[in-house]
Design a protein around this ligand. Structure first.
Ligand SMILES: Nc1nc2c(ncn2[C@@H]2O[C@H](COP(=O)(O)OP(=O)(O)OP(=O)(O)O)[C@@H](O)[C@H]2O)c(=O)[nH]1
Length: 231
């Protein structure tokens, strides 16, 4: 399953430490300077939607339905639009999938720190990134459900080792439930994306971004070499 969204960020908008959720609640919406497409990917139930909803709405749902496909535009738009996409047909999935990966400036790869299998799925997701995403996309590995420390199955060191083998991948742990590290994840990612962008960005680069959630990826037989560090 995958999800993503358009992150809008005002230039000089302050650091994550200021508390973005506070700003979201108190500041009236303003036209964004940038719209960047970020996708959130990872196995079923790891908390992709919860992380996104915590960031965009500052809400958390204890018993959410599994997402098939969702589109969401504009974190700072007053009227956030969501629509379920018709996801019938693998061909359609593939074209949607590749379009979202291709357009993504940032990719958040999520696993659940209490579920070994979601960590074991990570190489599968990396293959999708290698196949479809831009080489320039910022990558962030997130171990979610940090509030469930007593049920932890994946150590921080294991995840750090995984991330260190992938060029440019950052890593952090978070809790959508406790709102721990959520704003920091997305705002740092956006800062990293913006710091890579040229000062004058052509307007077509700033087009609306949408989000897509799709089923488990089918790994194609022929894959390009993975984005592993060479030394
Ligand atoms: N304890 C805890 N539960 C969480 C956290 N984040 C999500 N959950 C729960 O995990 C379940 C799955 O969360 P979702 O956000 O729907 O996960 P998802 O990855 O979007 O799931 P799919 O749409 O099925 O791929 C829900 O019951 C959430 O309430 C978290 O940080 N801590």
């Amino acid at each position: 399953m995958e999800s993503g969204f358009g992150v809008q960020r005002r230039a000089g908008g302050g650091s994550p430490a200021v508390g973005a959720s506070q700003r979201r609640r108190k500041m009236p919406p303003r036209a964004a300077d940038y719209k960047l497409q970020v996708i959130i990917i990872g196995s079923r139930g790891v908390g992709k939607t919860s992380l996104m909803e915590r960031f965009t709405d500052d809400t958390f749902c204890e018993a959410c339905k599994s997402t098939v496909a969702v589109s969401l535009e504009g974190q700072q738009q007053q009227q956030q639009q969501r629509r379920r996409l018709d996801t019938a047909g693998q061909e359609r999935f593939n074209s949607i999938t590749s379009a979202y990966y291709r357009g993504a400036k940032g990719i958040v790869l999520v696993y659940d720190i209490t579920k070994q299998e979601t960590f074991e799925d990570l190489p599968k997701w990396m293959k999708m990134i290698d196949k479809y995403a831009s080489e320039d996309a910022e990558l962030l590995l997130v171990g979610n459900k940090l509030d469930c420390e007593s049920d932890r199955a994946i150590s921080r060191q294991q995840a750090e080792r995984f991330a260190s083998r992938i060029s440019g991948m950052r890593f952090c742990e978070a809790s959508a439930k406790d709102n721990f590290n959520v704003d920091e994840i997305f705002l740092k990612l956006v800062d990293d994306i913006l710091s890579k962008m040229p000062l004058e960005v052509p307007s077509k680069e700033l087009s609306n971004s949408v989000l897509s959630l799709q089923p488990e990826p089918e790994i194609p037989p022929e894959l390009p070499p993975p984005r592993m560090r060479c030394c």
